[in-house]
Design a protein around this ligand. Structure first.
Ligand code: PEP
Length: 252
C-alpha cells in the first residue's frame, strides 16, 4: 500500500530561530493526532539538524530542498547528499521548478543528484510539471513524461521505490491558481501509468504521487480525494502552522 504524504517546502524562508519556532508549532499541533498521512518538513540546509532535534521522529520526517551533484571536495558553497543525511534528514526535494528555472538544473544534473541522494540513503521527492505555455499547447503529458524518463528511468525498480513524485504544474506554484481536482487526477493517473509501463503495476501502485501548486486548507480535501493523488507538496501554506495542519487534516 502506498503512503499518503503531506510535505512542506519552506523554500528560502525563516531564520534559524523562526524555523525552529515553526517546526515546534507544527510538532505541537500533531501531538495526539491520529495521522492518516506521513508528514515531512522541507527546510533550508541550515535548519536541518536543529529541526530534526525538535520534532517527534515518529510523526515528522525532515527533508532538504536540494543537494549537490558531486560527492565531495572543492565545490565551495555546495552541500552533499552525505552531509544532508548526516543531519538526520531522510528526504531531499529534487527537480523543483525553481531550481530548474533559476539555477539551470538540467535533467542530466538532476539524474546525478538523484543517484547520489539514493546512494547516501536519502529518499527523493522528485518534482515534475509543465509551464503554462506547455499546457496551452497541449504538450503537458509529453513534458512530464520526459522529465520522469530523463532523470529517473535509469534507476532499478528497487531504487525507484525510494522516489516520491510531486506533480507541480508551474503555473500553479505560488500563484493562487490551483489545478482543478480533475486536472490533477488526469495527470497523476498518466504519471502512474508511465511508471507502470517501465517498472510494472506493483511498483506503480506503491508510488506516492503528490500534488503541488497553491494547495491550501480550502482545496486540499477535494484534491486528495482523487484516487491517484496521494497528498501534497505545500509551499506557502506550510509556513503557517494552522494552515499546514488543516492540509494534513484533509486526510481525516
Ligand atoms: C512549491 O513550491 O512546492 C509549492 C507547491 O508552492 P505553493 O504551495 O506556494 O504553490
Amino acid at each position: 500500500m502506498r503512503k499518503n504524504i503531506v510535505a512542506g517546502n519552506w523554500k528560502m524562508n525563516k531564520t534559524l530561530e523562526e524555523g525552529l519556532t515553526l517546526a515546534k508549532e507544527v510538532n505541537e499541533s500533531l501531538k495526539g493526532a491520529d495521522l492518516k498521512c506521513d508528514v515531512i518538513l522541507g527546510t533550508p540546509f541550515i535548519h536541518l539538524a536543529s529541526v530534526v532535534g525538535v520534532v517527534d521522529a515518529d510523526k515528522i520526517a525532515v527533508s532538504a530542498q536540494n543537494c549537490a551533484d558531486k560527492e565531495a571536495g572543492a565545490y565551495t558553497g555546495e552541500v552533499s547528499a552525505a552531509m544532508v543525511k548526516s543531519t538526520g534528514a531522510s528526504y531531499v526535494i529534487l527537480g523543483h521548478s525553481e531550481r530548474r528555472a533559476y539555477y539551470h538544473e538540467t535533467p542530466e544534473i538532476l539524474k546525478t543528484k538523484v543517484q547520489l541522494a539514493l546512494k547516501n540513503g536519502l529518499k527523493v521527492i522528485f518534482c515534475i510539471g509543465e509551464v503554462l505555455e506547455e499546457r496551452e499547447n497541449n504538450i503537458y503529458f509529453d513534458v512530464v513524461k520526459s522529465q520522469i524518463v530523463d532523470s529517473l528511468f535509469d534507476l532499478s525498480g528497487e531504487e525507484f521505490s525510494n522516489i516520491v513524485l510531486a506533480y507541480e504544474p508551474v503555473w500553479a506554484i505560488g500563484t493562487g491558481k490551483t489545478a482543478t481536482p480533475a486536472q490533477a487526477q488526469e495527470m497523476h493517473a498518466f504519471i502512474r501509468k508511465t511508471v507502470a509501463d517501465k517498472y510494472g503495476k506493483e511498483i506503480a501502485e506503491n508510488t506516492t504521487i503528490l500534488y503541488g501548486g497553491s494547495a491550501n486548507p480550502g482545496n486540499a480535501k477535494e484534491l486528495f480525494a482523487n484516487p491517484d493523488v496521494d497528498g501534497g507538496l505545500i509551499g506557502g501554506a506550510s509556513l503557517k502552522p494552522a494552515d499546514f495542519k488543516a492540509v494534513i487534516d484533509a486526510f481525516n
